[in-house]
Design a protein around this ligand. Structure first.
Ligand code: F6P
Length: 336
């Protein structure tokens, strides 16, 4: 019987891997770190953790990670490695300092957990210094091409729904019109999914043109049917502005509505990852290490239709993952 450890054919002589989290944190990042560490340990690799993403790489904030150090973290939100958005890493001087620390620790390859900005940095760095890097998509925004879901998205949607359900109770009791703002600077995945799941009357996404006239029309139709309260969901990056701005316009034009605004904000980023995110993060962390050992680099480990798919950083970053038009249409129909 074949030795289990020979199951993954090693095509590289990678011996030391470092993992880091960068950009906005997302629930499930710890599960991904755990998977990277444990898969690396399984292959007898030495594994290091870089704290605060590229900031820590530049400052040399790098420590050895052992299997036992990632025990009891799979359920925890945030990231044990901390995170940051580094301006310095965007400069050649910053990246040169970062590489000095990578070389000083004899690190052969990197696993980058994060979103768009993280992979933009990783893509430049791996080409500049010829160091293998695989990305793991961790962002609540779900705005990366090459994976059905990103780590943290599902949990964030569920957090938003929980908030919407609570708001619905009070909106209903007082016959109020609530504008609820969710995260998503450039992407409406949270807004669309939370909007559908919470029966929102209208969903404002950055990708779709929803006019305030349209909103007022549908609110008036609802009023004719004796609909006494409504929830409107607004992605922070939508074309009409934030929830407060839209609420102010509606109030000005229809003063009889009692409007209220609720911004869910960073509540969506924290909290324990749900089962879907824990499984997804475990798969992606595992496949990131397997990919590096198989000689892959400059790619993101995504899961599409439950199967691993490696997508070049340039595509993961540049190609847009569109909202499903049929879902957008369905949301409109079901809200009538
Ligand atoms: O990219 C993830 C995200 O949560 C966005 O949805 C949001 O606009 C942004 O991060 C907020 O970033 P910060 O925590 O730096 O304010």
């Amino acid at each position: 019987m074949a030795n289990e450890k020979t199951a993954t054919e090693k095509k590289t002589d990678i011996k030391r891997i470092a993992v880091y989290t960068s950009g906005g944190d997302a629930p499930g990042m710890n599960a991904a770190i755990r998977a990277v560490v444990r898969t690396a340990a399984y292959h007898d690799l030495h594994i290091y953790g870089i704290r605060r993403g590229y900031e820590g790489m530049i400052k040399g904030d790098i420590q050895r990670l052992e299997t036992k150090m990632v025990g009891n973290i799979i359920h925890r939100g945030g990231t044990i490695l901390k995170t940051a958005r580094s301006m310095e890493f965007m400069t050649p001087e910053g990246r040169s300092l970062a590489y000095e620390n990578i070389a000083a620790n004899d690190i052969d390859a990197l696993v980058a957990i994060g979103g768009n900005g993280t992979f933009t940095g990783a893509s430049i760095f791996q080409k500049e210094y010829n160091i293998p890097i695989i990305g793991v998509p961790g962002t609540i925004d779900n705005d990366l091409y090459g994976t059905d879901n990103t780590i943290g998205f599902d949990t964030a949607v569920n957090t938003a729904i929980e908030a919407m359900d609570r708001i619905r109770d009070t909106a209903d009791s007082h016959n109020r019109l609530f504008f609820v703002e969710v995260m998503g600077r450039h992407a409406g995945f949270i807004a669309l999914n939370a909007g559908i799941s919470s029966g929102a009357a209208k969903i404002f996404c950055p990708e779709t043109e929803t006019s305030i006239d349209e909103l007022i029309n549908s609110l008036q139709k609802g009023a004719r049917r004796k609909k006494l309260f409504s929830l409107v969901i607004v992605a922070e990056g939508n074309l009409n502005g934030g929830a407060q701005k839209i609420a102010d316009i509606v109030k000005e034009r229809c003063p009889h509505y009692e409007t209220k605004v609720s911004i869910i904000g960073h509540l969506q980023r924290g909290g324990s990852p749900n089962a879907a995110d824990r499984v997804l993060a475990s798969q992606m962390g595992y496949y990131a290490v397997e990919g590096l050992l198989a000689g892959r680099s400059g790619v993101m480990a995504g899961i599409v239709n439950n199967k691993i798919r490696y997508t070049a950083f340039k595509d993961a970053i540049k190609k847009t993952k569109d909202l499903d038009n049929e879902m957008v249409k369905m949301a409109e129909i079901l809200a009538r």
